[in-house]
Design a protein around this ligand. Structure first.
Ligand code: NDP
Length: 401
């Protein structure tokens, strides 16, 4: 029988919800492009419930315990005295969400002698040292597509919100003001702007499709080119590299995975090549941009706004500069963990566990690493290596705000 350690974010400060604003979530038949939704044999939760926090336990408790497995659910994940550090030593499976990542560094993997499966309940397995997982023959899997559209919606919201100066204008209302000139002195229309995405995978492409009706000029850069038909349909311009794309864009949205090739991509040098007053929206991963370079560019006006929900580390320390830099529209890492998304990735997690325990193959599209090499989606979109460096910093976040 296996031991499963599941690292989830804390319950709401007022306790686990007793009711929800809506009675359910829409039932989706398929993902865009045809991939089927998660297909576990059964689920033990009501879609629309909070599943991603500790008490929600991703709806897995009944399934795992009735099959004789041990389930440990904790939010304590950083620092040598964490529950994760204690429990990982004899864990067979570690489940973690990118929103509250269990950084599976080479040191932790070395301690976890029985670890066979690192399962990401979401998308993006950069919190796992993939090189170490490859070396040890650990399978790394994630629930591909589960929240791609959730994130694309968030990206569109953040682009509009930055350019229209929504959050500062809302603040004036909360403060009892009616300061129209203060609000509009930084407010523009999106129409006619050049908008580019770094990567046109599931999220990037969905962002392009959602922005097209705004009559903007669309651009993308990616390692693989979209089909001619899609390029024509969206009237989107391909750029062979990110430098060429950012030179002409008013808005840049980042939608590639974090791996050694994309880490620190937006540094001082690349930001200097952007149009003055461009906006950057990053819902991909915090480390794809250089933390200080972004803050500097906002201070000196090289970029007009920065929004996103991804930080490094997560949670970020109280003095993380992105909490206080000007013209930001930051949130905690939430775009991919709406209640709608949670239902999908909880079901996908269950599907992967069923396959693992029953000795059935895990879907190719869910695989990142298997059999000592990058596999499935991992082989297509990631490069082998380690992007978890510096994760100790997350231990500096203590207590609740
Ligand atoms: P996909 O795998 O569908 O798309 C990723 C795309 O990035 C692929 O097209 C890939 O190219 C491209 N890519 C990889 N490396 C580079 C590079 N060096 N330069 C340009 N493009 C590159 O993933 P999703 O769209 O579903 O998700 C993308 C990322 O978004 C995730 O990896 C995750 O980090 C983040 N995410 C964030 C969430 C949140 O809640 N904020 C939730 C979900 C995901 P190709 O395949 O052509 O090689």
């Amino acid at each position: 029988m296996a031991k499963v350690v599941c690292v989830l974010y804390d319950d709401p400060v007022d306790g686990y919800p007793k009711a929800y604003p809506r009675d359910g979530i829409p039932v989706l038949e398929r993902y865009p492009g045809g991939q089927t939704m998660p297909t576990p044999k059964a689920i033990d939760f009501k879609p629309g419930a909070l599943l991603g926090s500790v008490s929600g336990a991703l709806g897995l408790r009944k399934y795992l315990e009735s099959n004789g497995h041990t389930l440990v659910v904790t939010s304590s994940k950083d620092g040598a005295d964490s529950v994760l550090d204690r429990e990982i030593v004899d864990a067979d499976v570690v489940i973690s969400q990118p929103f509250w990542p269990a950084y599976l560094t080479a040191e932790r993997i070395a301690k976890a002698k029985k670890l066979k499966l690192a399962l990401t309940a979401g998308i993006g397995s950069d919190h796992v040292d993939l090189a170490a997982a490859i070396e040890r023959g650990i399978t790394v899997a994630e629930v591909t597509y589960c929240n791609s559209i959730s994130v694309a919606e968030h990206v569109v919201m953040m682009i509009l919100s930055l350019i229209r100066n929504y959050l500062p204008s809302h603040d004036w209302v909360r403060k009892g003001g009616w300061n129209i000139a203060d609000c509009v002195a930084r407010s523009y229309d999106v129409e006619g702007m050049h908008v580019g995405t770094v990567a046109a995978g599931r999220i990037g492409l969905a962002v392009l499709r959602r922005l097209k009706p705004f009559d903007v000029k669309l651009h993308y850069t990616d390692r693989h080119r979209l089909s001619e038909a899609v390029e024509r349909e969206l009237n989107v311009t391909y750029h062979a590299n990110v430098e060429d794309m950012v030179r002409i864009c008013d808005v840049v949205t980042i939608n590639c995975p974090l791996h050694p090739e994309t880490e620190n991509m937006f540094d001082d040098k690349l930001i200097a090549k952007m149009k003055r007053g461009a906006y950057v929206v990053n819902t991909a991963r915090g480390k794809i941009v250089n933390r200080e370079a972004i803050a500097r560019a906002l201070e000196n006006g090289q970029i007009a706004g920065y929004a996103g929900d991804v930080w490094f580390p997560q949670p970020p320390p109280r003095d993380h500069v992105w909490r206080t830099m000007p013209h930001e529209g930051m949130t905690p890492h939430i775009s991919g963990t709406s209640l709608s998304a949670q239902a999908r990735y909880a079901a996908g997690t269950r599907e992967i566990l069923e396959c693992f325990f029953e000795g059935r193959p895990i879907r190719e599209e869910y695989l990142i690493v298997q059999g000592g090499k990058l596999a499935g989606t991992g082989a297509h979109s990631y490069s082998a290596g380690n992007a978890t460096r510096g994760s100790d910093e997350a231990a500096k976040f203590k207590g609740k705000a």
